[in-house]
Design a protein around this ligand. Structure first.
Ligand SMILES: NC(=O)c1ccc[n+]([C@@H]2O[C@H](COP(=O)([O-])OP(=O)(O)OC[C@H]3O[C@@H](n4cnc5c(N)ncnc54)[C@H](O)[C@@H]3O)[C@@H](O)[C@H]2O)c1
Length: 355
């Protein structure tokens, strides 16, 4: 019989979606055995919904429980680093919501702890999972797309005052950033997942939509290591919500679907530049295996890594790359300068990206 991993979830907001989309559909692979939340009403509501008996307000209890294999961290951002370090120290496998940490120095600390722990660490980037993004990834990696030319990533979402009626949102000390950190990070991760590392960043950020401390509008110009030029735009003031990736290569142009919270889903518009390229692309993706979407796909891929003891499908290096882009954008916006990546411990924002 295949191994079933016991999961303890900390934080029952998005944690509930991890259960609904990620664990319940894979009941042969995972069993959520414990829930933790400071808010007892929320804790009991979610625990009742899924029949979870073990409930606690104290995350330390889950860390110390030898029955739990995986700690899934879904608390507000400023608590992630401490809980990840604690869980790795306890020898648990760890799933953690974005952002993984609150600075590049913290992400490097977490990566050192990870290399000394028997647990695997998987940051959440569920937007990578869907039929559309899987097809694009396969075409690009096969070489059929050819030379990458240019790309745009648009995160046009809407957040109003009621969204900020939650004490951790909208503040540097607790949310750790704005649209860049909490919302656009997904599409930006998809962009680097498909186009690879970034070489240079120039950016502007501003707070134009809501009465909050952190930014809610961003515009950035990127030079990718492979030579492609990319533009990122993000706002929380859109009347109609969309997420859209648009990537032009020598032999094919990709446009993601526009679903704000699942742009990785199929179908994507895949437009070959010639009949010949079209035939090759159709033949290549004809046998693409079915893939789960969002948390479903990511938790399925994590299971394979857990069983094989191999690298998780999303790594702490991916999280570092995402946080390096965030840091570079804040630094560029503050200094009106081009920022060259990678950012090491000598960078002025290595220990904190806050203004
Ligand atoms: N991947 C995604 O698409 C996605 C979507 C939403 C949120 N998130 C991320 O998930 C995290 C949580 O966001 P949310 O929207 O669920 O927030 P939320 O405020 O709705 O829920 C957080 C929960 O954590 C609980 N909590 C706080 N401190 C705790 C502690 N010390 N111990 C136990 N429980 C504690 C709170 O009581 C609350 O119920 C954030 O990092 C956010 O960026 C990711």
């Amino acid at each position: 019989m295949s191994r079933r991993f016991k999961v303890g979830v900390i934080g029952c907001g998005i944690g509930r979606s991890h259960i609904v989309e990620g664990y319940v559909p894979h009941a042969d692979k995972y069993e959520v055995t414990a829930l933790c939340d400071l808010d007892e009403t929320r804790l009991n509501t979610v625990a009742d919904e899924f029949g979870v008996v073990r409930r606690t307000r104290f995350s330390d209890e889950l860390m110390a429980d030898p029955e739990i294999d995986i700690i899934d961290i879904c608390t507000p951002p400023a608590l992630h680093t401490k809980l990840v370090l604690q869980a790795l120290q306890a020898g648990k496998h760890v799933v953690c919501e974005k952002p993984l940490t609150g600075s590049l120095s913290e992400v490097d600390e977490v990566r050192r702890a990870e290399s000394g722990s028997k647990g695997l660490l998987m940051p959440i980037f569920q937007y990578r999972y869907g039929e559309g993004v899987a097809q694009a990834k396969r075409i690009i990696d096969s070489g059929l797309a050819g030379k990458p030319y240019a790309a745009t990533a648009e995160t046009f979402w809407r957040r109003t005052a009621d969204y900020y009626d939650n004490p951790w949102r909208g503040r540097w000390s607790t949310e750790l950033g704005g649209v860049l950190m909490t919302h656009a990070i997904h599409l930006h991760d998809m962009l680097t997942y498909l186009l690879g590392p970034i070489e240079r960043v120039f950016a502007r950020t501003d707070t134009r939509v809501n009465a909050i401390e952190v930014e809610d509008c961003v515009s950035a110009s990127l030079l990718m290591k492979n030579g492609a030029l990319a533009s990122l735009t993000a706002t929380l003031g859109a009347a109609e919500e969309i997420s859209r990736l648009h990537l032009a290569f020598e032999h094919v142009t990709f446009e993601s679907n526009h679903a704000a919270y699942s742009p990785g889903d199929g179908p994507w518009r895949i437009t070959p530049a010639s009949d010949e390229a079209g035939e090759k692309i159709r033949a290549l993706i004809a046998d693409n295996p079915p893939i789960g979407r969002r948390f479903n796909g990511q938790m399925e891929a994590f299971y394979a890594a857990l069983v094989e003891g191999s690298q998780p499908p999303v790594t702490s290096e991916d999280a570092r790359r995402a946080l390096e882009l965030v840091t570079a954008i804040y630094h560029s916006s503050e200094t009106h300068s081009d920022v060259i990546l990678p950012l090491s411990e000598t960078h002025p924002k290595y220990n904190s990206w806050r203004p």
